[in-house]
Design a protein around this ligand. Structure first.
Ligand code: GDD
Ligand code: MG
Length: 358
């Protein structure tokens, strides 16, 4: 079976991290986002994944070479010369995708428990032309809303509705039959706005409701809440991955190469990456530390993301959705409140009000 991942765009909402690497290879719970997806596809029987990319394809492909070997899944790239939207890339990769079998399509920024096998069974038992994974959210207006009948047949698909039509939304994961490709022209086009309504009209689009958590982790706030959901799901299904010990409260993940000092209080919902060094008495909650971050004694960090190789000085305080880019050095006793910092900076003054340091 094959799959296509819509990698697309510039990832502007996750800047400054995406100034260093493309969004899908940013770690989520100490593993690149796209690897969570490729592993799940592999366990559902996928042997070849096509990445639909229109920005920095070489960086992605170089990075994924090693994973191609490790996972035993063929990974190829279908490069667009102009952004083709969410359906155009399927027409572009048609020759690879169309092998007579259904295939998966994934938005690259979604995280969940990936019940792909169950979804495929559902798709086949309904003889659907397309099946969309759906989930309930509190604010459906940011998403594609899916209205179904009791059997799961989609009656309406409304992308980013202005008024309330329902609270079940498109989770950004589909199983499609090859004949869907006949409905897509080779031009920039939207699967949500142009392709799905056509399949709905023929009553061949179905929705499979996602058990468990779901999050579009394409912006810092959601990436952090998604981490919390992912870690509680690990607590339920694979608790051995979580950090244990007197330094920890709640659910946290710590890379085995990271070191943690004495009398720290870490958690809940913290992920500490490769070769991070945390000194003594540090307090961290709801944060992501990417690779090789150094945190000095008694620093406090909450609700923030710290980029690769950055350092946080003694007694510093970082909070309120601060996102610190790669190789940023925050001096001791600095306070940062909702501060976005571009890569390669030294921070010598406190930032009391939210803002960006460029
Ligand atoms: N290759 C390629 N080319 N990929 C693209 C392009 C493009 O021109 N434009 C967008 N993408 C990719 C994005 O990288 C992302 O993985 C996916 O298509 C969806 O685009 P987003 O920009 O993230 O859309 P969204 O989050 O506003 O809405 C989509 O996702 C929601 C779930 O998170 C829609 O599919 C909604 O219906 C859905 O609810
Ligand atoms: Mg998105």
């Amino acid at each position: 079976m094959k799959a296509l991942i819509l990698v697309g765009g510039y990832g502007t909402r996750l800047r400054p991290l995406t100034l260093t690497v493309p969004k899908p290879i940013i770690d989520f719970a100490n593993k690149p986002m796209i690897i969570h997806q490729i592993e799940a596809l592999k366990s559902a029987g996928v042997t070849e994944v096509v990445l639909a990319i229109n920005y920095q394809p070489q960086v992605m492909m170089d990075f994924l070479k090693e994973w191609e070997q490790k996972l035993g899944v063929k990974i190829s790239c279908s490069q667009e010369t102009e952004p083709m939207g969410t359906a155009g890339p399927l027409a572009l990769a048609r020759d690879i995708l169309d092998d007579g079998q259904p295939f998966f399509v994934l938005n690259s920024d979604v995280i969940c428990e990936f019940p792909l096998r169950d979804m495929l069974k559902f798709h086949q038992s309904h003889q659907a032309e397309g099946t969309i994974l759906v989930t309930k959210v509190d604010d459906p207006s940011k998403y594609g809303v899916v209205v179904t009948d009791d059997s799961g047949q989609v009656e309406r698909f409304v992308e980013k509705p202005k008024t309330f039509v329902g609270d079940k939304i498109n989770a950004g994961i589909y199983v499609l039959e090859p004949r869907v490709l006949d409905r897509i022209e080779l031009r920039p086009t939207s699967i949500e706005k142009e392709t799905f309504p056509l399949i709905v009209r023929d009553k061949r689009l179905f929705a499979f409701t996602l058990p468990g958590y779901w999050m579009d982790v394409g912006q810092p706030k959601d990436y952090l809440s998604g981490l919390g959901l992912h870690l509680s799901s690990l607590r339920e299904h694979d608790a051995s991955q979580l950090a244990e010990g007197s330094n920890f409260v709640g659910n946290n993940i710590v890379h085995p190469t990271a070191t943690i000092g004495k009398d720290c209080k870490i958690g809940p919902n913290v992920s500490i990456g490769i070769e991070c060094v945390i000194a003594d008495g540090v307090r961290i909650s709801n944060c992501v530390l990417l690779h090789r971050v150094k945190v000095k004694n008694y620093a406090r960090m909450a609700d923030s993301i710290i980029g690769w190789g950055s350092s946080i000085g003694q007694w510093a305080r970082i909070e309120n959705k601060s996102v610190i880019g790669e190789d940023v050095h925050v001096r001791e006793e600095i306070f940062m409140n909702g501060t976005i910092v571009l890569p390669h900076k030294e921070i010598k003054e406190s930032q009391h009000d939210p803002g960006t340091i460029i």
